[in-house]
Design a protein. Sequence first.
Length: 584
Amino acid sequence: MEGSFRKPSVFAIALWAGIIFGLLEGVVLCSTRLSPLIQAAHKVSNSALWVAPLVDIPVFLAAAITFLIALQLLGRYLRGWELITAYGFFVFLGILTVITMPRMIQPWGAVVFSLGLAVVFARRLRGGEKKLTGRLYSQSLWVPLILGLTALGTWGFQHAKESFEARGLPEAPSNATNVLVIVLDTVRADHYARPKGQTLVPNLNRVAAQGVTFTNAWSTTSWSLPSQASILTGRYPDEHGADWPNLRLKREVPTLQEFLARRGYATGAFSGNAAWITPEYLGRGFLRFETYLFEDLARRTVYGRKLDRILDDNGYASAGRGKKAPELISEFLRFVDDYPNRPFFSYLCFMDVNQAGNDRKFDYGDKGRVRPGDIAAAYDRGLNKLDSQLNHLFTALQQRGRLDNTLIILTSDHGNSFSAENPGDHNPDDHGTSLYREQVEVPLFVVLPGKVRGGMRVDRTVSIRQIPATIMYLLNLKDNPFGGDPLPVASDLVVDPEDRIPCVPAVLNIYTRRAYESIVCGHWQYIRNLSVKNKQGEELFDIRSDPWEKNNLADTPEILPVLAQMRDQLDQVLIASSPFERVR
């Protein structure tokens, strides 16, 4: 290695390989945003264009040290070939990084393919490696400049795009009502609604007292993407399509944000759920959509994933991390301040309660011995803390003079099970695993000063998919493109005597198949397990006398007429709701 080969040359090659292949990885990361299924739950913003090389460069420089150590051991076999071998090594590492990013190629196939291309490159370069190395070494200062310009470019592009779209908004009606939809991700109804003196949400209860609270509200499913798509479209999962197996919101299904943007509203979404409530899945029509932290983007690169796995194995689970309420609230308030002369439609998804529960659940300091009750207690503390932080949000809006003219709708997308070891819950635990009450009953209240009478409590069975129709009604917008009736928020929305017991369905698809179907009518819930082909897959619960759903009445002779009615109701609703074209 004496002669013409210099060790610093390896670091120059590694530096340039890190920036070049990092940029290519960033391009692939951004390109996969176009397909809902590629990198599902691990999407990124355009900032991945500079985050990927920022992660890759240190990895490639560390690889340079490893390469030099290997040369100390094998140098006598490579005398005269050190430089070309270095190029081959880093080209191999770079190509392997780029093609394994989407996780669509088998690892050994990727290794063979990358090795083959590296050999071809090295052969083509042979004889010119010294000249190229000299240029790379002398121009190494361009690397941080390229990185900085890429970061500045992605920031500038996003701001220019928003500015251009904002200038294209039509003039809004004078004194138009602002709309604020708040989703407490993974908050189940029974933990939210507690008796006085035990409540975890005193501040939210004070806000809810100014409007109408729904004590029998249900989601359309038990996981985030399809349920929150229902909130934004007024459609069931089978209608809007943002569910397994395709995960794509149908283009022909209108969204709240698109509808209100066409009426001059500044539309902004701010999400702590960087897995599913992201612009790739639900961003159509939002002027601004903020969800990703730098940490999220870094963890979704090839080497970030490997580091994340190591951290996860040592007690630093990413499931308990992510954007917290204070930052999300600050982003929302900046948005409101950026558009002081326009009404706003803002959608806020808070992940704090989910994160608090998962932070305790994956606490490896207990080596897997965490009890369900401990997880539930951490979850409750997270809810109580979030309640205090939301109080700051309402105070800030009041100080800006924008609260009194704002329609506030607060709900959750689904609940959560802490497993059958937790009193009142069922197996399997978590969410998106069943349609039992703890996973699909949610809190819901609506507040609009001057239009919604305060102090109302409504026990009628309602669904979160009625939120868009409710917004249309309260804003007095006649050209309502959303399905369903509005929530009974005012005296003129009297329940038809023939429809005193409305029914709301829910479905749960798990990957490529439908797993469960459910319907709630008044105090009855019927659940159909589609993996069981006979009556053993049916469950019927009287949630008035059996709130924890422990007593399945499906085989009780005197209840058979109710069971038959519930089956029919579910079949009728599912037929009516799919496909979208049949109810448009």
